[in-house]
Design a protein around this ligand. Structure first.
Ligand SMILES: [Fe+2]
Ligand SMILES: [Fe+2]
Length: 233
């Protein structure tokens, strides 16, 4: 049962479909997930009972992972659901953003700003995904199997790389906010062409997925890995 005194991260873990409602009201459930639903509603001038009812009525998401699944399974889920999706959609968005800036940039200079903001976001996100895939996630798998001494890279404290990932998540969240701001919340001009529409649609799909992805890492994978490092099986 979900209570309005529960934190946003706790609700998102037990009822993953709640994230759609949080996204609708711009409630930060990944980096700011420690806020209770009632406080988040007060901050937005919303009635927490009606938001709670909306969460309960929301349809379950396509795919998620159990909060107590083995960490290797959580890592597999993050890789196959989010990392792959992020790479594919970013490649599409890059093409659209370059095209829209070239065709409409003179009339809509914010599309040039958007293209450059997105290029920075993509470059940073690609590096971030690689760091997780090559260094942190393999280490978490070894940690779960009690074999962390076999890791090619040894950390004196797994908290260091995790803190670095959390910092990068905050930056990614900030970049997404800026893209939203320059496009006035992805409001299309009246005569927007199909590429313009597709660009805004794909950016919002990316935003929704990145929030869910960072939430799973911030609020499930990383805390459980830290706990395991502190109290090995
Ligand atoms: Fe990730
Ligand atoms: Fe991440």
């Amino acid at each position: 049962m979900i209570l309005s005194s529960d934190t946003l991260s706790k609700i998102a873990l037990s009822a993953p479909h709640a994230t759609r409602v949080f996204a609708k009201y711009r409630m930060d459930f990944c980096c700011g997930g420690g806020t209770s639903l009632s406080d988040a509603c007060i901050g937005k001038g919303l009635n927490s009972e009606s938001v709670l009812a909306e969460i309960q009525a929301a349809a379950p998401l396509r795919r998620s992972v159990e909060a107590d699944a083995p960490l290797g399974e959580v890592v597999d889920h993050v890789l196959s659901t989010h990392h792959e999706f992020t790479r594919n959609i970013m490649a599409e968005i890059e093409k659209f953003s370059v095209r829209v800036a070239a065709v409409h940039g003179a009339q809509h200079p914010e599309m040039i700003v958007l293209r450059d903001l997105f290029a920075d976001f993509k470059a940073e996100m690609e590096l971030h995904l690689l760091k997780e895939e090559r260094v942190l996630f393999p280490y978490i798998r070894l940690l779960e199997n009690g074999a962390e001494k076999d890791a090619p890279v040894c950390f004196s404290d797994v908290g260091g790389p995790i803190r670095m990932m959390l910092f990068e998540h905050e930056n990614a969240g900030e970049d997404l906010r800026k893209m939203r701001e320059v496009t006035s919340d992805y409001t299309l001009p009246q005569a927007a062409c199909n590429t313009y529409r597709l660009l805004f649609h794909k950016l919002q799909e990316l935003e929704e997925d990145v929030h869910l992805h960072m939430h799973l890492e911030n609020n499930l994978l990383f805390p459980r890995a830290m706990e395991l490092a502190a109290n090995p099986g």
